[in-house]
Design a protein around this ligand. Structure first.
Ligand code: GLU
Length: 475
């Protein structure tokens, strides 16, 4: 029988979930789902100085928002210290580890010296054969093989060969009893039965050390897949200098989780030229063989394009819940859900993010629309004041239907009677209702706003135009 695939995502809670980390999580999740395996979440919090529960919460929230669920965990490394100590004992008793009493300052000084002499700045082995026993202030070091090579067959990068003489007698347990990253990772990966380690390629140089530890413990080595980093447009590692880097920031900018998920998968993995994938399709198609071996460049325009696609495709009923926090953030008064849904429908084709949609919703939400200065100057003027008055009168007198089709017919007739172009009337009314010269279809908007609101807004526009007339004539 085939061994069940077990993957893990192992973030350190020293910051919000970075989009590079999110992509690693997504690849692990997809790979385990594709193989009907297990996906484990592990929080690597042994750096107690920099780890916080707020960051842990934020990482969990980001994963949930992206729709990534885990079968086990979250496990916390700080709750597993006894396990690391037990494995450390094993290595010590089998002779693969030794205690070292060199002070950190001394180790550092000798490293500097070696470096200055053009040698590899690694631990010089002073305590290797002293046969020291455990005592306060002592660290436990790995007795790294001095010769030979370590070969890693990486699914993405191919074979990687490391000279053991380049490797350090790394510290496994610090003097305060905390395990180091390389040690806790292998103990966890062994005890959790991880079959595939999929992680960022910034960990490639740790891998030979980890492989040697597996071998020293007599454990089988998992498969490795190191995913190339995400770079900014300048080909430097993506960082705050390039703009937002956390999943939370993209959520707050109004990106949809399915869009960010789709975009991040495609950034580094491909399936012909296809760009848009449903989650089910990704689970079905994702394999590590199609992950590229070169770094990917983050492309905001493409992410926006994908987001726009999902905004258009989703039903307004689904979008409304995601949009409401953005409406609240802008302090708009509350509106009926059915009203919001109709308004969203008119904006889906025009907005790329939820944030842009919430901005574009303003005229649906507040009565006192802000006139764009240029729009007001051109369309709410002495020339159009008389004309606006006629429109208000005609609309007020109208008893019939106030729906899109009836309104269009009515406006056409009005334009004919006054001998003006429909376009001109439409622009004046549009500015009166929305404050802008560009908006969704005018009759659609009128239909949604309703007769009373339309009249109220046009009266305000008329006041504006006449006030303008007065100040223009009195000056
Ligand atoms: N905790 C490590 C990190 O956040 C990941 C370790 C691993 O995946 O092996 O970079």
């Amino acid at each position: 029988m085939h061994k069940q695939v077990v993957t893990r995502f192992a973030p350190s809670p020293t910051g919000h979930l970075h989009i590079g980390g999110a992509r690693t999580a997504i690849f692990n999740w997809l790979f385990s789902r594709h193989n009907e395996g297990k996906f484990i979440l592990r929080i690597e919090d042994t750096d107690t100085q920099r780890s916080t529960t707020e960051y842990t919460e934020s990482i969990l929230e980001s994963l949930r928002w992206l729709g990534i669920d885990w079968d086990e965990g979250p496990y916390f490394q700080t709750k597993r210290l006894d396990l690391y100590r037990a494995y450390a004992e094993k290595l010590y008793h089998s002779g693969w580890a030794y205690y070292c009493e060199c002070s950190p300052e001394e180790v550092e000084r000798r490293r500097q010296e070696a470096f200055a002499r053009g040698l590899k700045p690694k631990y010089d082995g002073t305590c290797r054969d002293k046969g020291l026993t455990p005592a306060p202030g002592r660290v436990l070091r790995f007795r790294c093989p001095q010769g030979g090579i370590t070969v890693i067959r990486d699914i993405i990068k191919g074979s990687l060969v490391f000279d053991n003489s380049e490797l350090d007698d790394l510290v496994l347990i610090r003097s305060d009893g905390m395990p180091t990253y390389n040690f806790s990772v292998i103990v966890d990966d062994i005890t959790m039965g991880i079959t595939h380690v999929i992680r960022g390629d910034d960990h490639v140089n740790n891998t030979p050390k980890q492989v040697l530890l597996y071998q020293a413990l007599g454990e089988s080595v998992p498969e490795f897949a190191h995913v190339p980093l995400i770079l900014g447009p300048d080909r430097k590692r993506l960082s705050k200098r390039h703009g937002a880097t956390s999943v939370i920031a993209y959520r707050d900018m109004g990106f949809l989780p399915e869009a960010l998920f789709n975009y991040l998968v495609r950034l580094g993995w491909s399936y012909g030229d296809q760009e848009i994938f449903t989650r089910e399709e990704l689970v079905e198609k994702f394999t590590l063989e199609h992950v590229g071996s070169s770094a990917s460049i983050f492309d905001m325009e493409k992410l926006r394009w994908i987001n726009g696609y999902y905004i258009r495709k989703k039903s307004p009923q689904d979008l409304v819940d995601q949009l409401i926090p953005f409406l609240k953030e802008r302090g708009y008064p509350e509106r009926e859900r059915s009203y919001l849904i109709r308004a969203i429908q008119t904006l889906q084709a025009r907005c790329v993010t939820l944030s842009e949609m919430a901005d574009a919703m303003d005229f649906y939400m507040v009565d006192e629309v802000k006139y764009e200065p240029q729009a007001a100057e051109k369309f709410l003027t002495p020339d159009t004041a008389g004309f606006l008055k006629d429109i208000i009168e005609a609309i007020s007198l109208r008893d019939g239907q106030f729906d899109e089709r009836a309104l269009e017919e009515f406006f056409r007739r009005l334009a004919d009677e006054r001998g003006v172009k429909l376009k001109v009337i439409a622009q004046v009314v549009r500015v009166g209702l929305t404050g802008r010269t560009a908006s969704p279809g005018l009759f659609e908007i009128m239909d949604i706003l309703g007769k009373e609101t339309v009249i109220r807004r046009l009266e305000r526009a008329l006041d504006y135009a006449t006030a303008f007339q007065k100040s223009a004539t009195s000056s």
